[in-house]
Design a protein around this ligand. Structure first.
Ligand code: TYM
Length: 331
């Protein structure tokens, strides 16, 4: 049976990249198949997290999910550490995955940098836990932004090697689902860099908690080139900043890039930016307001996460048990 799983780290605030690359798409999937969405707090602690900040960010992320339209009645919504099966299967996968596979991960190379000796062991093993997140539900589809594609492919490798080593056909090979105009939202200051919550410049990103004024001023100051907008996609070649703003517009408006260019081709940025700004404020400011409203009631958020964890465990526990049987653990 088809099933969707995806996760987001509570390692800082949510950005427009998280919204367009993940949350908005998660909400749209709810009508199509069973959806399981997770706040991956155990992934977050692979780099240092202040405990109070982690608690706050986990609740804020839950509020972000709900405010973005993920309905706890229709989706299973929970945080990873409440469902021990993730870490339990993660250990098995640590014994399936190879060091060389992990060393090839671009996120590992970027995050550990030249100082890999000082990175946590968890940061290195991160993709094996991610594989466990997905496979402990036998999930078949994983909606993510482009930067997570390599990790989902590694998940397929782990499923395949497990099945091969134990001579079973147990774990499915999940598909990364990377669709739409904004699977890689770029920095507003530099069209060659991904929009990221860890960029030192707050002007480089739109935060989901930004108010209307902040959203408008960041778009007004976003880097562009001096030319008018093209009316066809090929006119965006070599213009990463223009491409990024058009992609953002298309994703926010639920339009294709072709449709957007048909409308705005020939316009100057001075004319296009206010259009984008109005659209962004219209779509994003209510989400930020709803997040603030939900955050005022943390007990309610915690109750939703506990209920989600119970539902998640119901799926994960039998799959872990079967895995232990396959591996030869005496129960
Ligand atoms: P994370 O927390 O970095 O990001 C969460 C989701 O947001 C997407 N995303 C973006 N999409 C478009 N443009 C951007 N600039 C942008 N920035 C972030 C990410 O691709 C992701 O879909 N390893 C994952 C979390 C994870 C997970 C999983 C995901 C743990 N277990 C299992 C899927 C399935 C991560 O660090 O995402």
């Amino acid at each position: 049976t088809p099933r969707i799983f995806s996760g987001i780290q509570p390692s800082g605030g949510l950005t427009l990249g998280n919204y367009l690359g993940a949350l908005k798409r998660f909400a749209a999937e709810q009508d199509k198949m069973q959806t399981v969405y997770c706040m991956v707090d155990q992934h977050a602690i692979t780099v240092w997290q202040d405990p109070e900040a982690l608690r706050r960010q986990t609740r804020e992320l839950a509020a972000g999910f709900i405010a973005s339209g993920i309905d706890p009645q229709r989706s299973i919504l929970f945080n990873q550490s409440q469902v021990a099966e993730h870490a339990q299967l993660g250990w098995i996968f640590n014994c399936v995955a190879r060091m060389g596979w992990m060393q090839r991960m671009t996120q590992w190379k970027d995050k550990a940098g030249k100082n890999a000796q000082n990175a946590s062991l968890g940061l290195f093993a991160y993709p094996a836990l991610m594989a466990a997140d997905i496979l402990v539900y036998h999930a078949t589809h994983v909606p993510v932004g482009e930067d997570q594609k390599q990790h989902v492919e590694l998940t397929r490798d782990i499923a395949q090697k497990f099945n091969h080593d134990f001579g079973v056909d147990f774990f499915p090979e999940p598909e990364p689902v990377i669709e739409g105009a904004a699977t890689r939202v770029m920095s507003l200051r530099d069209g060659s860099k991904k929009m990221s919550k860890s960029d030192p410049s707050d002007m480089s990103r739109i935060n989901m908690t930004d108010d209307a004024d902040a959203i408008a001023s960041k778009i007004r100051k976003a880097r562009t080139d001096p030319d008018a907008l093209p009316s066809e996609v090929k006119g965006l070649e070599g213009r990463p900043e223009a491409r990024n703003l058009i992609n953002i517009y298309a994703a926010l408006a639920d339009m294709s890039v072709d449709q957007v260019l048909a409308e705005v081709g020939g316009k100057q940025f001075s004319e296009f930016k206010p259009m984008l700004s109005d659209l962004a404020v219209d779509k994003l400011a209510p989400i930020g307001q709803e997040m603030a409203r939900l955050m005022a009631n943390p007990d309610e958020i915690d109750a939703i996460l506990r209920k989600g964890a119970d539902q998640a465990r119901e799926i994960a526990a039998p799959i872990l048990k079967k895995t232990y049987d396959i591996v030869g653990m005496v129960r």
